[in-house]
Design a protein around this ligand. Structure first.
Ligand SMILES: [Zn+2]
Length: 226
């Protein structure tokens, strides 16, 4: 049965009422699949959401079928004919979205210095983007102006800009206003101005790879979910 992936449509969808459409067990334990899925599974350099089903903590994992499964921390029997309530940690979700979206922006802005992103890792406390030089014009790693790069990005965040997603065939595309579209299945802030802080922690260069470690935070939500 088709699973609806709300996390791909709305980063700020933190809870849902849903039917259980499949269940089973594997090496990680008992799992259930909800029709209305709000949870982002780990992937694309972004961690999985944390959350609950009917108040029971669940871990999130993508099945081989592509469906997103929830593994309850305690034995769970879905009540027949009854919907279950799922909720996720909004604090984690918006933090991950801020880090991930800031990673896209860092990727885009580093092009002016001649560096192209090759991979990203957007976990709290260890977020980084790795770049390779796009040509001989690339600014030498030791000459990269850390404070200027931070200021360029902070200015972009303050000025705001839409972050849109859409599908081309089965590929989900994402685009920060004024930047290049790119395929991505992560969760983004809906606007750059939702990212309240950005800082560069370190710039390192090793074996042709430039690694920029950074941190970013989301503005407080107006209506704190309970
Ligand atoms: Zn993305």
């Amino acid at each position: 049965m088709h699973q609806i992936q709300h996390y791909l449509e709305d980063t700020y969808c933190f809870s849902a009422l849903s039917d259980v459409i499949a269940s089973g067990a594997d090496e990680w334990g008992q799992w259930i699949v909800l029709r209305e899925n709000i949870f982002h599974p780990q992937g694309g350099g972004q961690p999985a959401d944390r959350g609950w089903v009917n108040g029971i903590p669940v871990s999130v994992r993508k099945l081989g079928s592509g469906q997103v499964a929830l593994y309850p921390a305690a034995p769970f029997s879905a009540p027949a004919q009854e919907k279950v309530t799922s909720a996720l940690s909004a604090d984690d979700r918006i933090r991950h979205a801020a880090l991930h979206t800031a990673g896209h922006l860092l990727n885009w802005e580093m092009r002016r210095y001649g560096w192209m992103a090759v991979r990203g890792h957007h976990f709290p406390g260890e977020s980084r983007v790795e770049f390779s030089a796009s040509g001989s014009q690339a600014v030498q790693p030791e000459q990269l102006p850390t404070e200027e790069i931070e200021e360029v990005i902070r200015t972009r965040l303050r000025n705001g800009g839409r972050v849109d997603t859409w599908y081309e065939g089965t590929t989900r595309m994402s685009q920060i206003e004024g930047a290049e579209p790119m395929p991505c299945a992560g969760t983004h802030t809906d606007n750059l101005n939702k990212i309240s802080t950005f800082s560069i922690k370190a710039i390192k260069f090793k074996k042709g790879t430039l690694r920029i470690s950074y941190d970013a935070g989301h503005i407080a939500l107006e209506n704190e979910p309970v």
